[in-house]
Write a protein that binds this ligand. Sequence first.
Ligand SMILES: O=P(O)(O)OC[C@H]1O[C@H](O[C@H]2O[C@H](CO)[C@@H](O)[C@H](O)[C@H]2O)[C@H](O)[C@@H](O)[C@@H]1O
Length: 473
Amino acid sequence: MLIRCRGAYVLNPQDTGRVAKLTASLFSNLESQSSLFLLCIHRHLCISENTSSSKMVSLVDEGDKTTKQNVVITDAKSGINMAITVAVTNNPSTTALFTTAAQKPPVVPGGSYITISRKKLLQNLEINGTAARINAWVDSMKASSPTHVKSTPSLSSQDETSWMLQHPSALEMFEQITSASKGKQIVMFLDYDGTLSPIVDDPDRAFMSDSMRATVRKLARYFPTAIVSGRCRDKVYSFVRLAELYYAGSHGMDIKGPSKGAQYKNDAEGVLCQPASEFVPMIDEVYQALLEKTKSTPGAKVEHNKFCISVHFRLVDEKRWSELAQQVRSVLKEYPKLRLTQGRKVLEIRPTIKWDKGKALEFLLESLGYANCTDVFPVYIGDDRTDEDAFKVLRERGQGFGILVSKIPKETNASYYLQEPSEARNFSHTFSVMDFLQRLVRWKRLSLRRQIRVQRQLEELKVSTIEKCLTVE
Ligand SMILES: O=P(O)(O)OC[C@H]1O[C@H](O[C@H]2O[C@H](CO)[C@@H](O)[C@H](O)[C@H]2O)[C@H](O)[C@@H](O)[C@@H]1O
């Protein structure tokens, strides 16, 4: 098995002995500053702050006896994983710990290698905890949401092919997908920003196109459909404007059922789940504090999402991102019951409760009566880090699948990919969410028609058989 390095450390989970040596040599250089990271090997092993390199070797060796699972490096205090790329390679000819080959490790999400940018790791370890954490957030945000697709390090065509083999286009695999759903009820879960609407600079103007709305309306005629968003539920409803859907706002912390057909007389009645209600006063307070604190940073925007808050970086000069992240941190350090996650040029502040889009998906399936059913086929489409919680739930349940919306290969728990919400304006061929949803609607309509035709034929056959019998009598 291969461990190699070219600007990156590659930790090979199959070979923890080597990992021990690699991490020990890394940390021996940086021992005094290694207060930021926890190295965990499949939960069996924790190397915490100030662990000496020799102790690490014995701990990792010990870990080797108990497990041969993934190696993850985490910023334990912020809870945000470092920008990591996951690579799969099995080249038996390359056995050196560090090679100088001008080859980048292939970026293959969902694979079994984790690479940590050496520069990034050193940068983050070289400074004290607080600044390190801020840098980690900023780096992680940049890595997960590149400004321009072209600005991301381009993958070799071999690497891209490898990623696509693991995560084929949902449109190209359409027939396989529908045949897997045979005899099961498809339930649709759709993220909003970057999935149904294109990413734009101003979050208040992230409108959904009329054709996308019409498509989602048709979709909901055939399948129970939910919108699952980081936004405040009312805000996402004001964009989508379809009363027949389920809405899970604030990253799933505010769930409401369909209101069409006067099913619910008033707003409160339709609410199905609000597990973070007790945090509302705290969120209001933090929102005010963040508004005040960030007003000196041009372009910064703070969005109140009822049970959580978003701090937007998109219109802030990248040189000032650390400053803005520092402002967020300085407010947040007074609130240990709140945590930070990050999305596309956004830091999201939310309660520490164990609730996310994955839990919302499970809650909705239960509400729909599919808690322990094997005949349900949930499909979740999303573009952001927070959608990974839902993709993971589907993988763990072994039901349905996740579709990642992304133009570039990314680490993901989704099974398939689509490129963007709608067809690109230049009419270049893309795999869009809208195409996929429209195809699903057409397929369902055709199969229902076929079913009706067969039923009619059977009924006609029954009638003519009865008539024949009557004639004979
Ligand atoms: O779960 P989602 O529906 O995807 O919500 C995640 C965040 O989406 C919004 O921000 C993102 O879209 C904006 C509009 O295109 C864009 O300007 C921003 O940079 C993106 O991060 C929303 O404004 C946030 O509150 C959500 O947390």
